[in-house]
Ligand binder design. Structure first.
Ligand code: KIV
Ligand code: NA
Length: 264
């Protein structure tokens, strides 16, 4: 696989070519994913749940993410590699700079930050200092204690308007990718059209520019349960490499996510 950059994703958005991405936490899977031409990988703070067996992502530290980012980069030299900024590691722009530097030094190409318009200042601070940022809107799992559970976001009109405006604000602040998690498909489509940057969805319907899955969900081996929006591609193919290829093909063709994986 040739080296993938943000410019490739922008071109694909402009050409209407959908792309897949997946979480990765170690060198072996990262290498397998790269061999199947997975263009984008994320060292997600979901590792708190799928690797550490916690109930939420709040215990994950910047050193946890840096450790796994080094591993993934070792296995995948060419993917566009994003790394999550964990809970409370970007409470202020200064803190965000210090912590983002650890992830960039570990091999990330971009950091991902959960939050609405309030993170705009942090995003512009980071991008001005050469740290590309992906903004994460909708069901932002670090806010589980504010939401009172893992619930679809943006279902009422006010919430939807706020999310559209937040996406525009964060793109203007310099965010180069937007991730939307667990939002109604029609809202995700609206946001995808409202911003020039690539939008990657998870539980956000199939009108976004790209899709992402937690790798354990893609293989159907998550410790707890299978979210409605995920699909076990290993069950369908019986082989890990074939499962990854099938996921990529189904995203590119628009077959995944189907209506059974989508919220309305
Ligand atoms: O941590 C993670 O895996 C994520 C994706 C679900 C987008 O943030
Ligand atoms: Na995350």
């Amino acid at each position: 696989m040739k080296k993938i950059t943000i410019n490739d994703l922008l071109t694909w958005k402009q050409e209407g070519r959908k792309f897949a991405s997946v979480t990765a936490y170690d060198a072996s899977f990262a290498q397998l994913f790269e061999q199947q031409n997975m263009p984008v990988m994320l060292v997600g703070d979901s590792l708190g749940m799928v690797l550490q067996g916690r109930n939420d992502t709040l215990p994950v530290t910047i050193d946890d993410i840096a450790y796994h980012t080094r591993s993934v980069r070792a296995g995948s030299p060419n993917s566009l590699l994003m790394a999550d900024m964990p809970f409370m590691t970007f409470a202020t722009p200064a803190q965000a700079c210090e912590n983002a530097a650890k992830l960039m030094r570990a091999g990330a190409n971009m950091v991902k930050i959960e939050g609405g318009a309030w993170v705009a200042e942090t995003i512009s601070t980071l991008t001005q200092r050469a740290v590309p940022v992906c903004a994460h809107l909708g069901l932002t799992p670090q806010s589980v204690n504010i939401f009172g559970g893992y619930k679809v976001q943006g279902r009422n009109l006010d919430q939807a308007e706020t999310m559209v405006n937040d996406a525009i604000t964060l793109a203007q602040a310099g965010a180069q990718i937007i991730v939307l998690e667990c939002v109604p498909a029609s809202l995700a489509e609206r946001i995808t059209k409202a911003v020039d940057v690539p939008v990657i969805g998870i539980g956000a319907g199939n009108a976004t520019d790209g899709q992402i899955l937690v790798m354990h969900d893609m293989f159907g081996i998550s410790a707890n349960y299978m979210p409605k929006f995920s699909k076990n591609f290993l069950a369908e193919t019986g082989d890990m490499r074939a499962a990854v290829t099938k996921y990529i093909e189904d995203v590119e063709s628009g077959a995944f996510p189907g209506s059974q994986h989508t919220f309305e």
